[in-house]
Design a protein around this ligand. Structure first.
Ligand SMILES: *Cc1c(COP(=O)(O)O)cnc(C)c1O
Length: 375
């Protein structure tokens, strides 16, 4: 029987085993394990890839968001506009600054923040707008940047799911004032451990994050600000340098599978992703919506197909944000009730994608029959 795991990180490693093992041994021999020349080389290469002036690596994606907000001057009493429909890390980064996340509903077609609703959420306390490029598809940045400029506030993008994606032909990384990245193993470009980065064209933001990630210090034992410990280690940097060379190929493989799904899942009683003409997504996730998600997930699981839900509970309904529990965010809540992520990744084959579509077709046929039988 064919099985289709949602994600197989070991298979992804084995594809590059020889190259990765070689660089790991090189770092073990180098005697330098945190920051250092390997991390600097990765930062230069990642900035070039993102078409930005600076890339500053940090310990993980949450820290990338948190330290970038601090570098933009966000603190207690401030407000940051966030999508209501996102992974909770986006909100947590704001809370960690002592600031308040102000949720704005998404466009139902793209699942990304609705730029037309942002203006009403701006107050004199608003410091930053924080759009997320959810599922690997860029948010509509131009109207967001226009509003921000008009009000003199900054834009930080959460691109943890969107390595390599393009907005109006230009690679993500330098549209807003800063862009936060995660290299968590399951992302489009993942390390073999935690990692993150901030890209920016603003030298002050880059410089401030370099201090914040290392105890507030640029020169050893000189502490200019109260910093944190959030550094990338040399092993992860070396692994990421290898992986960066393959990122475009991997994204292309995801694109092929996404196109198969888009073509094959039309007219099956479910909602497939909508791609506006101004974006080139990188398909971190392929998210469909179905009114009976539970049954579909169960039937796919019986066919050996792994699916996940991104995400089952929106941030404002989590215990961590009890103070937001009374907020009414109906679009977000509906999305969370219906979404299901089909397998899509860089090691998946065309045959596996075909198998997933056939399984969905079978579910559709049998549930139509059932309905006819009982009616
Ligand atoms: C993964 C992710 C993060 C956090 O990244 P970590 O490296 O796990 O800290 C932030 N935002 C979004 C949208 C993510 O998907």
């Amino acid at each position: 029987m064919i099985t289709v795991p949602f994600l197989d990180l070991r298979a992804a490693y084995l594809e590059l085993k020889e190259e990765i093992d070689t660089v790991i041994n090189r770092i073990l021999d180098s005697g330098c394990y945190i920051l250092g020349p390997e991390v600097e080389a990765f930062e230069i290469e990642y900035a070039a890839y993102c078409e930005t002036k600076h890339a500053v690596s940090v310990g993980n994606g949450l820290d990338a968001l948190h330290l970038a907000l601090l570098a933009m001057g966000v603190g207690p009493g401030d407000e940051v506009i966030v999508p209501s429909n996102t992974y909770i890390a986006t909100w947590l980064a704001v809370s960690q600054c002592g600031a308040t996340p102000i949720p704005v509903e998404p466009l139902e077609a793209t699942y990304n923040i609705d730029p037309t609703l942002i203006k009403a959420a701006i107050t004199p306390r608003t410091k930053v707008i924080l759009p997320v490029h959810l599922y690997g598809q860029p948010s509509d940045l131009d109207p967001i940047l226009d509003i921000a400029r008009l009000h003199g506030i900054k834009v930080l993008e959460d691109a943890a799911q969107a390595h390599g994606a393009r907005y109006k032909g230009k690679r993500l990384g330098g549209h807003g004032d800063a862009v936060a990245w995660s290299f968590y193993p399951g992302k489009n470009m993942g390390a073999l451990g935690d990692g993150g980065a901030v890209t920016t064209n603003n030298p002050d933001i880059a410089d401030h994050i370099k201090k914040l990630r290392n105890y507030g210090s640029r020169v050893k034992y000189i502490n200019e600000v109260r910093g944190y410990n959030s550094r990338l280690d040399s092993l992860q940097a070396a692994i990421l340098r290898v992986k960066l060379k393959y990122l475009d190929n991997w994204n292309e493989r995801r694109r092929v599978i996404a196109q198969m799904y888009l073509d094959g899942l039309k007219d099956m009683g479910l909602i497939v992703p909508y791609v506006p003409e101004y974006v080139e997504p990188v398909w971190h996730l392929f998210v469909i919506r179905h009114s009976n998600r539970k049954e579909l997930q169960q039937r796919l699981s019986e066919a050996g197909i792994g699916t996940l839900i991104h995400y089952p509970i929106p941030p404002h309904k989590q215990d961590a944000y009890q103070d937001n529990a009374m907020l009414s965010l109906p679009i977000s809540e509906r999305i969370h009730d219906e979404v299901l992520s089909l397998p899509i990744n860089s090691t998946m084959t065309v045959g596996q994608a075909q198998y997933v579509m056939e399984a969905i077709q079978r579910v559709k046929t049998s549930s139509t029959k059932k309905r006819n039988h009982y009616s």
